[in-house]
Ligand binder design. Sequence first.
Ligand SMILES: [Zn+2]
Length: 376
Amino acid sequence: MPSTQKLYEEDAFLQNFSAQVVDCQPCKGGWAVVLDATAFYPEGGGQPCDTGTLGGAAVREVHLRDGVIVHLTDAPLTGTVEGAVDWPRRLDHMEQHTGEHILSGMLHRLYGAENVGFHIGEEAVRMDMSLPLTAAQLSEAERLANEAVRADTPVRCHVPETLEGLDYRSKKELEGPVRIVEAGGDVCACCGTHLRTTGQVGAIKILSAQNYKGGVRLAVVCGARAWRAVAEGWEDATAAGRLLSAAPGRLTPAVEHLQTAQSCDKMRLAALQNALAAAMAASVTPGRPCVKLAEGADGDGLRKIAVACAAAGASPALCVSPEGRYALAGDNVQALCRTLNAAFEGRGGGKPNFCQGSFAALPGLKKLEEELGIRS
Ligand SMILES: [Zn+2]
């Protein structure tokens, strides 16, 4: 079969076209349709395929096989067909792809980092860089990449007669005619679809960076996605700021202030629970079991009270919260812990001298005292 004429390489902004069906075969999921020419970009080089319609049929997938572009459609086609590319989807891909060229080129020129992996995902563009890069380095590259966007220079795609003396980025050694894409100072071999100027990218934002295979994996958004990320992030920051009584830009000191206050509260709570444990332990009868209800105590408080009561001679000492959490201290309390769990739908356990857990059925003080033989 002769190779398909790639209309998207000649004009990446071609949305509608006419073409001749040269082959149509039933296949898994529909029909495999081959045209003499197409504006549908096939999946490849990190850029997902186009979708759209072809002669009234939906185009679900597009693949390149040995120079032939195969469209997976939901209906059989013959003769001359009109094709329409899902334009918002393609434009989004071109924004991400062109932005990736500019940022990858900047990271390469600034730090010698190679792009070793690229994929336009549903949420963000994944970019794997060959070297570890600091937050400051990424921030500087992002700043300069956005400067290149605002400079609004033409994006040029061409197949040079010779590659001799041409310095360009490429993931692999290339032979034969190579399509070169120049964008914002970057020169790279690429067969994807691109915008006409760097300015059409609008903005480039690195969302996250994590160490990956000795380098760094970036999540990047460009174009409308970048605007959306900033708008959503700002909305989130404004909502958080309302809770903190601080404007976006002043959230970090506000959170630090909150954390300091929280550690003071933790220390105060620990001191109060120590005092509560000492006060409760003062009223135990040595050699007798005791059950204490501790309103407001957390897990640590329950433990302190049970341990203090046991140390004062209670045998054993059970401390429960109104929510059903408990701490049990004394000699060999594990068997009693199992008995209480069975009686009150409890979970938990521990060591011979200390157990803790919670009761799903809130038993009430009286029932617990009965269980421990305080009442009968
Ligand atoms: Zn490209």
